[in-house]
Design a protein around this ligand. Structure first.
Ligand SMILES: Cc1ncc(COP(=O)(O)O)c(C=O)c1O
Length: 422
């Protein structure tokens, strides 16, 4: 498609956008009496309007039924979480039994490492990307130390080449082969939080498995953003948060995937609690743990219903729209944003360098050479919510459910004015 950086053209794109009406499904913060242009769905998604109904329903059931709500609420609480498995399975490309919703992301990655990081004298190394999200780095280091190992020996980081902003798949695979039979686990961010790069999860998973390692993915930036096929790719496990592209609310519950070949197996190391026990025998209060034969066996506690109600609300939207339609719009709106940036670049002294490679989802990470944090502050004041990373990178994620082409055009004009009026 040939783009034009005009309001009329942006309006035409909006008029032919099959998802345009979903904009009305969300609440927008207001700046200067207007809806903001929201680029931080990769950090915290907007609140869907229908979420209130789902939360109110739980509050009402709690008010009117109290403990009886566990079994007699319209959506009984004791199996409430099961309602998310099918929808989430569609989002991440998994069977419902491979999915569970529990805890929060870092907690789940720790719990999954209990099962999938089982170092031996020979096979004890972990491969991850350099400068992984800090929580992942702390998680990996503390796990390694927990096993009495030194992170310096056990954690192998794959680096980008000098002067390059993205990882090369061949470098990751080469590192996997190099570490070979010392490799216990590959655990990486499927979509990098900083540069927005989508890793070739299929090829990396295969390479890891070929040398006999477990392979897991942190999909904080992948879920609800890109097409995932976790089952088909044969990943051992994955975990994600739900508050970014999935719009489930701040700090909300995490999802996990565990490949079916690990389900219903005796002897898999796992931290356990009563909600991982079979529903039929759970309330017999027996001392023996009788695990559910799905990923729910990894659940420890009875789930926080008030947290997962908004997740269910948001999943309803994903179910209506479907990942294919979402990604179709995403590709066009991100390409339009990229075009607008390059057009504005021609009109201002500063130069923009997009460091996100072609393998991307929703996010563009952009070096604003010649600019400092004041441009970010200017954008915020004008109602454009972006994310700033030192030294001068802004991350822009036009989530297709609630961003419009008009937003992209208006953002370009505000950015230009901010740079020219300095
Ligand atoms: C890639 C990645 N991993 C892990 C986390 C940590 O998530 P949580 O605080 O929910 O554990 C985040 C949070 O933004 C993230 O972006």
């Amino acid at each position: 498609m040939t783009f034009q950086n005009t309001l009329e053209f942006a309006k035409e794109l909006d008029a032919s956008d099959a998802l345009a009406h979903y904009r009305n499904e969300f609440h927008y913060p207001q700046v200067n009496g207007k809806d903001v242009i929201y680029f931080t769905g990769n950090s915290l998604g907007l609140q869907p309007k229908r979420t209130q109904k789902f939360v109110d329903e739980v509050m009402k059931d709690w008010r009117e039924l109290a403990v009886e709500g566990h079994f007699y609420a319209d959506k009984p609480w004791w199996d409430y979480h099961e309602r998310l498995a099918e929808g989430l399975g569609k989002v991440v490309g998994a069977k419902p039994e491979e999915i569970s919703v529990m805890n929060t992301l870092t907690v789940n990655l720790h719990l999954l490492m209990v099962s999938f990081y089982r170092p031996t004298e020979k096979r004890f190394k972990i491969i991850c990307e350099e400068k992984a999200f800090p929580s992942d780095q702390y998680m990996l280091q503390s796990q390694v130390r927990f096993h009495g190992l030194d992170p310096k020996d056990a954690i192998v980081e794959v680096k980008k080449r000098d002067g390059e902003h993205a990882w090369r798949t061949e470098d990751i695979i080469q590192k996997i082969n190099e570490v070979g039979d010392e490799l216990a686990l590959v655990l990486m961010g499927g979509v990098n939080y900083y540069n927005g790069q989508v890793l070739d999860m299929k090829a990396i998973t295969k390479a890891g498995k070929d040398v006999g390692a477990f392979v897991g993915w942190d999909l904080a930036h992948g879920v609800g953003n890109i097409k995932l096929r976790l089952h088909e790719w044969d990943a051992d496990f994955a975990a994600w948060c739900s508050y970014k592209y999935m719009n489930s609310g701040p700090g909300n519950a995490s999802g996990i995937f565990i490949h079916e070949r690990h389900l219903g197996k005796e002897g898999i190391p796992r931290f356990e609690g009563w909600w991982g026990a079979k529903k039929e025998t759970r309330f017999l209060m027996k001392p023996e743990f009788d695990p559910i034969e799905t990923a729910d066996a990894w659940q420890l506690s009875n789930p926080p219903i008030l947290s997962i109600a908004p997740y269910l609300a948001s999943l309803e939207i994903f179910d209506e729209v479907g990942m294919d339609a979402l990604i179709k719009k995403q590709k066009t709106i991100v390409a339009f944003l990229e075009f607008v940036l390059y057009e504005i670049d021609k009109e201002v002294d500063s130069t923009f360098e997009i460091i996100t490679p072609a393998a991307r989802g929703c996010q563009l990470s952009v070096f604003l050479h010649g600019e400092g944090k004041s441009i970010f502050d200017y954008l915020m004041k004008k109602g454009v919510i972006t994310d700033w990373r030192e030294p001068n990178v802004i991350r822009l994620a036009p989530a297709p459910l609630y961003c419009s082409y008009g937003d992209m055009y208006r953002f370009g004009q505000i950015l230009k004015a901010g740079i020219q009026d300095k």
